[in-house]
Design a protein around this ligand. Structure first.
Ligand SMILES: [Zn+2]
Length: 359
């Protein structure tokens, strides 16, 4: 269905018709720029209709910006559209299904998504191609079948596709995300990953590194769970327990967890989309002992409407403390979520607040 919509706007003449009629269906499929104002818009933008001869069409925001146009303040073509926010939300639920130890009911998932079970199920099926239940079963079956060699995730598919090229991405959304996605192999590779598990005041912590730098700092309750999670995340990597040279790195990470203000002098191998990386960079500027809101971070990266996407990027962070996503809370001060459990977040923030007096 998405493909059919993209085809509706495959020529400039059809695109112009869509702009002239402010066709909402055309949003996400292309952008138009106005040479006289230097501004580019979504097709359905409510601003005054330009003259046809001053209009140029672009497939993506990036292309429009590379051609020298700036985003319209009114329709905010480079901010996330409601549709993109929906896809982000569903991607987050997919991650939840993929990483949850036990199976979650439709109701639980719907509550997390903030939707009624009916609307949640419908939206999930529309975006992913199957129901949440089918998706969970398929994930589990695949986990068993493929053991640790290849775990396919919708999130990965979305990330690989990249949010910035949303129009192309949505054009094939159901193909990419549906069960055909099980053929969608997570990145290349034979990278080597060393890891070690140590004890911290927040429980067990796994530290893992590629040759480029630390790629995971994750808390967990058992060594098995931590190892499993690492292998699931890097299904094609050669994962091995560390050699003695690695213990110095682990010690540094433990030091960081105990005293965050000391900072970490280790290279990080940060793997994420461009958007996630911008969010994570912003997080690294939050001093220990302070907190900011998701909205603050969204403003800092110049995407004030992308609050939910910022929250999703925080949740996707796998470098605990080094990228201090625990310092982001709701605008009303609620702790909100934490990948490694709200109790750990609370403990970290309390400890940092206590230490702040000594900074
Ligand atoms: Zn506009």
């Amino acid at each position: 269905m998405q493909i059919a919509i993209a085809e509706l706007f495959s020529t400039d003449a059809l695109r112009w018709d869509a702009v002239a009629s402010r066709d909402r269906q055309a949003d996400e499929t292309f952008f138009y720029a106005v040479t006289t104002t230097g501004v580019y818009c979504r097709p359905a933008c409510a601003s005054r209709l330009p003259n046809r001869q001053n209009v140029r069409f672009f497939q993506t925001c990036t292309e429009a910006e590379q051609a020298g146009f700036r985003p319209c303040k009114r329709c905010q073509p480079n901010a996330m559209s409601p549709r993109e926010e929906q896809v982000q939300l569903i991607a987050k639920i997919c991650t939840l299904i993929e990483t949850s130890e036990e199976s979650l009911s439709l109701n639980e998932l719907a509550v997390t998504a903030g939707l009624s079970p009916y609307h949640f199920q419908r939206l999930f099926k529309e975006i992913v191609g199957v129901t949440p239940k089918r998706y969970a079963i398929a994930q589990r079956e695949q986990r068993v079948r493929d053991s640790l060699q290849q775990v396919t995730s919708v999130t990965q598919a979305i990330y690989n596709a990249g949010f910035s090229t949303s129009s192309q991405f949505y054009a094939g959304a159901s193909d990419k995300l549906g069960m055909a996605a099980s053929q969608y192999k997570a990145g290349a590779t034979n990278i080597e990953i060393r890891f070690a598990i140590a004890q911290s005041f927040l429980g067990l912590v796994l530290v893992a590194a590629t040759e480029r730098g630390v790629c995971a700092i994750e808390f967990g309750d058992t060594p098995e769970m931590l190892t499993e999670r690492l292998k699931t995340r890097f299904p094609n990597a050669q994962v091995q327990e560390s050699d003695p040279t690695f213990s110095n790195w682990v010690a540094q990470v433990i030091g960081l967890i105990e005293t965050p203000d000391r900072g970490l002098n280790l290279p990080l191998d940060i793997q994420g989309t461009a958007f996630q990386q911008r969010v994570w960079q912003a997080l690294q500027t939050i001093p220990p002992g302070t907190t900011v809101s998701y909205a603050d971070v969204a403003k800092q990266i110049n995407q004030p409407t992308a609050v939910r996407a910022v929250a999703t990027a925080c949740a996707a962070n796998t470098l605990a403390i080094a990228i201090p996503c625990h310092r982001v809370v709701r605008s009303n001060g609620d702790l909100s979520g934490y990948r490694w459990g709200i109790e750990r977040k609370r403990a970290l923030l309390e400890r940092e607040a206590l230490r702040r007096t000594t900074y």
